[in-house]
Ligand binder design. Structure first.
Ligand SMILES: *[C@@H]1O[C@H](CO)[C@@H](O)[C@H](O)[C@H]1NC(C)=O
Ligand SMILES: *[C@@H]1O[C@H](CO)[C@@H](O)[C@H](O)[C@H]1NC(C)=O
Ligand SMILES: *[C@@H]1O[C@H](CO)[C@@H](O)[C@H](O)[C@H]1NC(C)=O
Ligand SMILES: *[C@@H]1O[C@H](CO)[C@@H](O)[C@H](O)[C@H]1NC(C)=O
Ligand SMILES: *[C@@H]1O[C@H](CO)[C@@H](O)[C@H](O)[C@H]1NC(C)=O
Ligand SMILES: *[C@@H]1O[C@H](CO)[C@@H](O)[C@H](O)[C@H]1NC(C)=O
Length: 415
């Protein structure tokens, strides 16, 4: 392959790349697919743009709406906690689950995979720790979606989440935490209107959750209805937390296969973040748990506290923290940022959201950092891309959270 892709993906190169991406969707092998596609694109990102300014409060074509808030009452038995949410969202959940099944059936036309999921995976639920096992059973019961499919749906979130997360500190020592949630990589490209089918179908399932005990907020999160792990959350006046997928070929998916085969000593990543948000008692306690608990797959945890200097990116292998990148105001590190690549390695040329995000944060400067200016950064292509489902802005003080559904009008990077 020689020659640069034409701008905005309008030329034949752009079309070819999109066709390939759609084809690879059937293979369900995102990291491998990325590696194959990587050498095709050697030119600067054709979808890049100047750093956005004054995009907040959200409006215009990149803003697709607000999301509703539901209370999850932790005083209820786990099997009842999700009933109210499921009453409202079961139709949307079924649409997404059906889409995932269609993809599986395209790849394995015999229908065997779905059959295995419906009849075998549900038994695995019993081996999950409390309260997750009972919550999943409750969701299956109240949504009418078979238990095995609910479990697979939860596993999908653990695997297919590509994101951009930022923790930043302003000149007064105030901390901000924000993220774009990008989801649906390689899961069905819709050529008719240039969008990822799953990304589009997920938007109506996005909800803000307020987890309460004794009628008081324990933590808040932004979730997909039907998923019981946590990818973004805030524990008021203690810490903020987001999780990003870490593609790693060194045993990345081995743990998940081992789990299917019966090995149970690692924890699902989203269950760890949930347990930390629910039960960790301080920034340090959260940091220790996120760094040390054995996991089923690698991940990045991005953690913010409430005091100056409390912010870090924890790069995890299944067994250990490989790196902890802390804020260091004295040395000029006033923000930490994670996309889906180890910070000591260059990001994939094909998927470089890190450099544009850093460029925009650097341009903003610490003097002017705030939730609105961070929203600007997260609204700049390709940090904003076709996979972006929503943007969440959080402040630890009082557990402040804002979530906005997003749209990325053409020309826009597919990821
Ligand atoms: C399943 O849901 C029905 C109502 O939809 C409820 O009556 C029943 O108690 C639930 N069963 C379990 C095990 O939660
Ligand atoms: C995209 O096209 C599909 C049908 O191919 C349609 O159902 C969907 O509403 C369209 N989405 C948008 C955002 O236009
Ligand atoms: C929570 O509030 C509801 C009504 O607002 C009340 O009926 C219930 O008893 C309260 N629960 C607790 C544990 O305080
Ligand atoms: C948090 O701790 C409580 C009390 O020990 C326990 O019942 C609950 O299951 C824990 N939550 C999670 C998600 O592990
Ligand atoms: C942003 O600033 C940091 C710290 O000065 C520097 O290391 C980094 O290379 C800059 N990145 C970009 C993309 O400008
Ligand atoms: C910071 O914000 C002020 C006030 O809005 C503006 O005058 C200034 O140019 C900004 N600085 C940078 C580096 O953007």
């Amino acid at each position: 392959m020689t020659g640069a892709p034409s701008p905005a993906g309008k030329g034949s190169e752009g079309r070819r790349r999109r066709r390939m991406a759609a084809g690879w969707g059937r293979a369900l092998l995102p990291p491998a697919a990325l590696l194959v596609l990587a050498p095709l694109v050697l030119a600067p990102d054709p979808y890049g743009e100047d750093c956005k300014t004054k995009t907040y409060p959200p409006s215009g074509p990149t803003f697709k709406g607000n999301v509703p808030t539901y209370i999850i009452n932790l005083d209820l038995p786990p099997s009842k906690r999700w009933d109210e949410l499921m009453r409202d969202k079961k139709t949307e959940l079924k649409t997404v689950v059906q889409n995932i099944k269609d993809i599986a059936n395209t790849f394995f036309p015999s229908g065997k995979i779905v059959d295995i999921v419906d009849h075998k995976v549900s038994h695995l639920t019993e081996t999950l720790p409390y309260p997750f096992n009972e919550e999943l059973q409750g969701i299956a019961n109240s949504s009418g979606v078979p238990l095995g499919e609910i479990v697979i749906f939860n596993i999908f979130y653990e695997i297919f989440t590509v994101c951009t997360s930022i923790v930043a500190e302003d000149k007064t020592g105030k901390l901000y935490h924000a993220r774009n949630l990008d989801f649906g990589l390689f899961l069905g490209w819709d050529v008719k209107n240039n969008s990822w089918t799953l990304t589009r179908e997920l938007k109506p399932t996005v909800v803000n959750l307020d987890f309460q005990r004794n009628n008081k907020t324990v933590f808040r999160s932004t979730n997909f209805a039907g998923y019981i792990g946590m990818v973004s959350g805030v524990k008021p006046d203690l810490f903020t937390l987001t999780m990003n997928e870490r593609f790693s070929l060194d045993g990345g998916y081995v743990g998940i296969f081992e789990w299917f085969l019966g090995r149970r000593d690692g924890m699902w990543m989203g269950f760890l973040t949930r347990a930390v948000l629910e039960n960790a008692t301080s920034y340090q306690d959260a940091k220790d748990k996120l760094a040390k608990t054995r996991l089923l797959a690698p991940a990045y945890f991005i953690l913010g506290g409430k005091n100056s200097g409390e912010g870090c990116v924890i790069t995890r292998s299944r067994t250990a923290a490989l790196d902890i990148w802390d804020l260091d105001i004295k040395k000029g590190t006033w923000y930490v940022l994670e996309t889906n690549y180890d910070r000591w390695k260059p990001p994939l040329i094909l998927d470089n959201r890190r450099t544009p995000a850093m460029k925009c944060l650097n341009q903003t400067t610490q003097e002017n950092i705030s939730l609105p200016t961070i929203y600007d950064v997260l609204s700049t292509k390709p940090v904003l891309n076709k996979l972006t489902v929503c943007t969440t802005l959080m402040e630890v003080y009082n557990g402040h959270t804002e979530t906005y559904l997003r749209e990325c009008p053409d020309p826009c990077s597919p990821w």
